[in-house]
Design a protein around this ligand. Structure first.
Ligand SMILES: Cc1cc2nc3c(=O)[nH]c(=O)nc-3n(C[C@H](O)[C@H](O)[C@H](O)COP(=O)(O)OP(=O)(O)OC[C@H]3O[C@@H](n4cnc5c(N)ncnc54)[C@H](O)[C@@H]3O)c2cc1C
Length: 417
């Protein structure tokens, strides 16, 4: 079957890879000159299966009110941006109930744990290098109320057979020796030994080459304008290089998936949530993180690549705006300096922003739509790198009509119907 994948971020790319493995004739279209140039470009580098949690959680509305008044807030809401923003926020608040949180978190863990297996298989079968490390991740807590709050998550982790350990301060330092200088700032940490790290953009470049060798055609620098339908199926896609046709279409355009599908009556509640990152060269490796350290207070993750540290965080609701705000730069720089003051050269920091394609329930939207030959793989929010391989494989099985390796109930757009 001819399958057209719209979008060559990490999610479109893994979809294309597994579709090609399933024997389909795959074409990928992207407006950029290379894969992974938009949200997949400079994320935090965490492949954090165990940390897969929806942002919509009990207690978050209250926390959000407090955050909005803080100087170094993890959350910024630019009011009045669009009706979509209000709608999405209302849906997110609805998902903050205990019951919804449990449902959403278990769906996310289902995809994340599957993704872990898929990435492992991929690494075993293909030579793919992306500064990856398999050393677990550490979430550090600066006060006891954060430790108390994580107990519920630990129960869910146990239920999903995800390994974890609550560490005291000395154990945190053993795991991440660079924290020795800031022992007094933390009270405990949650270690997730099966989590991984790696540079998502490098992964995209490598998987693109492997996909080309597997017969996938890439059409870069091509803008997707709209989909053409005869009301029962998609018949073509209009692009900047003309009309292109396939038997099936996969929309993996990140935050831009929703506006493309809206005219077809396929309403995806995917909203762009802007995040910031900085990348610095390491000046002293002994003082740098070994893997990812996640600061629970500021919701900032600090990840070790070979000779660089990637630091990322902040959730800004401001539409599709990609400007780099000085205040947000200051927050991620502050956290870097606060936890790993001697590790890298902040004067050489490269700053970046990206738009997380967020759903109000945190779970991505993978699978069929009401249009027979139209599929989605989007809405991965904060965890697209973590969930990319599992989502790509799952999508490929659904498009192929195969039995899926994991239960795919509650993962497609039909859950919003
Ligand atoms: C600051 C930050 C930190 C993050 N940290 C992590 C992390 O540590 N771990 C993790 O798992 N996830 C993380 N994420 C989330 C992760 O980066 C995203 O979920 C993931 O990159 C989404 O991938 P995607 O392929 O869906 O979207 P994208 O990477 O945005 O890909 C969509 C593609 O579609 C193309 N496109 C869009 N519209 C059109 C059009 N009209 N025509 C043609 N092409 C089009 C774009 O060029 C782009 O290549 C982070 C995100 C941010 C912003």
């Amino acid at each position: 079957m001819k399958v057209m994948v719209l979008g060559s971020g990490v999610v479109g790319l893994t979809s294309a890879w597994y579709l090609a493995q399933a024997g389909h004739q795959v074409t990928v279209i992207d407006r950029q000159a290379r894969s992974g140039e938009e949200t997949s470009f400079a994320n935090a580098g965490q492949i954090s299966y165990g940390y897969s949690s929806p942002w919509a959680a009990p207690g978050v509305p209250l926390k959000a009110l407090k955050w909005l008044t803080q100087k170094h807030s993890p959350l910024i809401i630019k009011p009045g941006t669009s009706p979509q923003q209000y709608c999405w926020t209302a849906q997110m608040l609805k998902n903050c109930s205990e019951k919804n949180y449990q449902i959403n978190k278990s769906r996310m863990l289902r995809i994340a744990n599957y993704s872990r297996q898929c990435l492992l298989d991929l690494r075993q079968q293909q030579a793919i290098a992306y500064e990856g490390r398999q050393q677990g991740t550490l979430q550090v807590f600066r006060n006891q109320s954060q430790v108390d709050a994580v107990q519920k998550d630990m129960q869910l982790l146990a239920n999903s057979d995800t390994r974890f350990k609550l560490l005291n301060v000395d154990e945190c330092v053993q795991t991440e020796p660079g924290l020795a200088f800031v022992k007094n700032k933390i009270v405990a940490g949650l270690h997730l030994p099966d989590d991984e790290t790696g540079d998502c953009f490098q992964f995209c470049q490598q998987l693109t080459e492997l996909a080309k060798q597997a017969g996938v055609t890439f059409k870069f620098n091509v803008q997707v304008n709209n989909l053409v339908t005869d009301n029962e199926k998609i018949t073509a896609v209009n692009t900047s290089i003309g009309t292109l046709c396939a038997d099936a279409y996969v929309v993996a355009l990140g935050s831009y998936s929703a506006p493309l599908l809206k005219p077809l009556g396929v309403n995806l509640p995917v909203y762009p949530v802007k995040g910031y990152s900085l990348t610095i060269p390491i000046t002293n490796a002994d003082f740098a993180p070994r893997s990812t350290v996640m600061d629970e207070t500021f919701k900032v993750a600090l990840t070790r690549f070979d000779n660089r540290i990637r630091v990322a965080g902040t959730a800004e609701l401001a539409g599709f705006n990609l400007d780099i705000a000085a205040k947000r730069k200051a927050t991620i720089a502050m956290v870097t300096d606060d936890l790993f003051p001697r590790a890298g050269d902040l004067a050489k920091a490269q700053y970046w922003t990206g738009l997380r394609p967020m759903t109000p329930d945190g779970t991505p939207i993978i699978g069929k739509t009401k249009i027979a030959n139209l599929f989605t793989n989007t809405g991965h929010g904060t965890l697209g790198w973590t969930m990319a391989c599992g989502s790509g494989k799952l999508l490929a099985d659904i498009v192929s009509g195969n039995e899926t390796d994991i239960d795919n109930r509650g993962l497609s757009s039909f859950r919003y119907a």
